[in-house]
Write a protein that binds this ligand. Structure first.
Ligand code: PMP
Length: 379
């Protein structure tokens, strides 16, 4: 008897715009010195680990129940932290929002304010996840240009905002991968135009992505200081960088309560697990200790920038915990040689540049030694 032909596997109805996409992600390689994704090199201390473990144990007793959907305790603690870190007053739980990384916070922003027929705008080179939030929320994406020194010309930015009428503008400060901070007067000029530059004469939501703000140099104010005057401003932050909690996945924002209320509509119910909330609250109890590391990482960054320049390389002025450096005629070859020496940096940004995260003094020393060798081979 003839066998029936194998039925052909059904074709999945993947959205056409996703059909040829690769999942986002920097390579996760098992090498000794990881300087590729702007993490904090210092693991939590024994004291922080003990607080987290105790808090998780307490939360575990209640895991049969859904967590606090509004996570008021965490929002209150984040408001207190922001007031302290930036010197602003008047923030409370109603101004705060949080999610699984600032990635998810920004997705919530695009879910609430983007969508079909709407546009999100940023200025390249910039964080590579922004166009993905737009794609995933059916929001059109427009990338304007930064100047050759990676600053943003406010006249260019404003002209593009007037032309595109975006629902959301994403402005990282400091920018990734360049480390460039955005001066507050530039932000204020953009906010002024943004009052009516959105769809149908509504405002454009201006997102100041301050993922790396704690590393800013003295005298660079946070956009939190002008939050009270701008109901269309959202300042996003994260516990992944300065706080050294990338593995906990906690990002947050501060904005006017009405803007936060819009995000409450699009979030999935109980999106922040009881364990996540417990971990974040416990870590926030150790702010002093964790902030002390930030000061030493800043010094390490500034010393590394000087060292790179002394080697005749370009190093972009950075207010973050990483430095974009170059320029190499074959950056991939330099990246590869560093990897062969056990050091993973990031091949990102315009051609010719590489990005290195500031590590511990030992890690930075290993990077300097390997780069010295790699450059000798290049010339
Ligand atoms: N914004 C910028 C500019 C970033 O570089 C990153 C992380 N690389 C994030 C946001 C997201 O960080 P997380 O989701 O860990 O908070």
């Amino acid at each position: 008897a003839r066998e029936a032909p194998e039925p052909r596997a059904p074709r999945l109805p993947i959205r056409p715009e996703l059909a040829h996409e690769e999942p986002y992600g920097a390579p996760q390689l098992d090498v000794p010195v990881l300087l590729n994704v702007n993490e904090n090199p210092y693991p939590p201390s024994e004291a922080v680990v003990a607080s987290i473990a105790a808090a998780v144990a307490r939360a575990a007793h209640g895991l049969n129940r859904y967590p606090d959907r509004e996570f008021r305790a965490l929002r209150t603690a984040l408001a207190a932290y922001l007031e302290r870190e930036s010197g602003v007053t008047g923030l409370d739980a109603d101004h705060l929002w949080a999610a699984n990384g600032s990635n998810e916070v920004m997705l919530h922003l695009l879910q609430a304010f983007g969508g079909p027929g709407r546009t999100a705008l940023s200025f390249a080179p910039t964080y590579s996840m922004y166009p993905e939030y737009a794609r995933d929320t059916h929001t059109a994406w427009v990338a304007g240009r930064r100047e050759d020194d990676f600053t943003l010309d406010p006249d260019v930015a404003i002209a593009l905002i007037r032309e595109v009428r975006p629902a959301v503008v994403l402005l990282p400060s400091p920018n990734n991968p360049t480390g460039t901070a955005l001066p507050l007067p530039v932000v204020e000029r953009i906010l002024d135009v943004a009052r009516t530059s959105g769809p149908d004469g509504a405002a454009t939501v201006v997102v100041l992505d301050e993922a790396y703000a704690e590393f800013r140099r003295a005298g660079v104010p946070s956009a939190l200081s002008i939050l009270a005057d701008h109901p269309h401003l959202a300042v996003t932050r994260t516990m992944s960088k300065a706080f050294g909690m990338a593995g906990a996945r906690v990002g947050y924002l501060a904005a006017a309560p009405a803007l936060v209320d819009a995000l409450r509509i699009v979030r999935l119910p109980y999106h922040l697990s009881a364990v996540t909330q417990a971990v974040a609250l416990a870590a926030l109890g150790h702010t002093d200790e964790l902030m002390a590391q930030v000061a030493s990482l800043r010094q390490e960054r500034d010393a590394l920038a000087v060292w790179l320049q002394e080697r005749g390389l370009d190093a972009v002025a950075s207010d973050a915990n990483f430095i974009l450096f170059g320029r190499f005629s074959d950056r991939h070859a330099v990246w590869r040689r560093l990897l062969d020496a056990g050091i993973l940096v990031r091949e990102v940004g315009p051609d010719g540049w590489l990005r290195v995260t500031v590590g511990t003094p030992e890690e930075t020393a290993a990077f300097r030694a390997a780069l010295t060798q790699a450059i000798e081979q290049e010339s």
